[in-house]
Design a protein. Structure first.
Length: 302
């Protein structure tokens, strides 16, 4: 579940060109999930063939073995570690094993009850590999389907979160490079908590002018989560860079005196110049060709 440098470059390029970047993440989720599904089916076939049991115990023995990584045990039981952490306040391997076994028993009982009620429905999942067929009954098939659904949900949540964290820092750096902001006038280094401050929230980057620090918040938000704009209030930001901003978001920024950049607007990146001018940050107006300049800038950053 990783974002390669090339994918991050593609995300930033699409964002600055006012294009939707989400297809990059969707393609990665599809690739990761399909590979997981194929590998999972192979493991199921081998486990089923090697099993001497005709009960569901073969699945527990093969896919919830305590020797497996805790991530795998959780997913195979129909949970993910984030859910377990939220439920139990921690996700150590001992807790994962306990939660996974408890959930699997509950899941299997629910499936058995459903099968008893829906007797007219028959489902057989057949896996063929190297000329050998393995059949899963309705209960086994539903467990496998549930596991695949949980895995895709985990991939989706993890990759969307990773995409934001990976791209936001480099997005600000790219904007600064486009406008040739001197390196001593910005800072996008890794956040380190200052224990000397009562409130020390993570900030994506800073624009610097002599002894002044101007906070810059970056959110790759869509129209579906306008509450993300509230971060500019919580963090007392000076500049707000977003993928999409509603008119209400823009009005809110204007009212608070926050410079906003909505990158999905036509040539939206050009509003970064207005923020630099307002804060008196040295820069050079950009009038180049994004198709030429962006690859060179991103290659330098990576």
């Amino acid at each position: 579940m990783t974002l390669t440098d090339q994918i991050v470059k593609s995300i930033i390029t699409r964002i600055i060109k006012s294009q939707d970047y989400r297809i990059e993440i969707v393609n990665l989720i599809n690739a990761e999930f399909l590979q997981f599904a194929v590998d999972f089916f192979k493991k199921i076939a081998y486990a089923k063939l090697d099993s001497e049991e005709i009960t569901i115990d073969w699945y527990k023995k093969a896919f919830m073995d305590e020797a497996l990584p805790s991530d795998d045990i959780a997913i195979n039981s129909g949970l993910n570690k984030k859910t377990i952490s939220n439920m139990y306040g921690a996700a150590t391997k001992t807790i994962v094993i306990e939660a996974a076994n408890e959930h699997f028993e509950s899941l299997y009982s629910s499936i058995q009850a459903l099968v008893e009620m829906e007797k007219e429905i028959d489902l057989t999942l057949t896996i063929k590999m190297k000329g050998v067929s393995v059949d899963l009954n309705v209960s086994e098939s539903l467990i496998v389907i549930n596991t695949l659904a949980v895995k895709r949900a985990a991939l989706r949540g993890g990759l969307w979160s990773t995409a934001g964290k990976s791209a936001e820092k480099y997005l600000m750096l790219t904007l600064c490079k486009l406008y040739q902001v001197p390196e001593n006038n910005y800072n996008a280094s890794h956040f380190v908590k200052d224990r000397g401050k009562k409130v020390d929230r993570e900030v994506d980057s800073y624009l610097l002018k002599e002894d002044k620090e101007y906070l810059c918040e970056v959110k790759l938000m869509g129209k579906g989560n306008p509450e993300s704009a509230d971060a500019i209030i919580a963090r007392d930001s000076n500049v707000f860079v977003a993928d999409t901003l509603s008119q209400q978001n823009k009005n809110q920024c204007d009212q608070l005196g926050v410079s906003w950049i909505a990158l999905r607007d036509k040539d939206g990146y050009k509003r970064f110049k207005l923020a630099l001018e307002k804060l008196h940050i040295p820069h050079t107006d950009y009038s180049g060709d994004l198709d030429v300049d962006l690859p060179e800038i991103l290659d330098g950053l990576f």
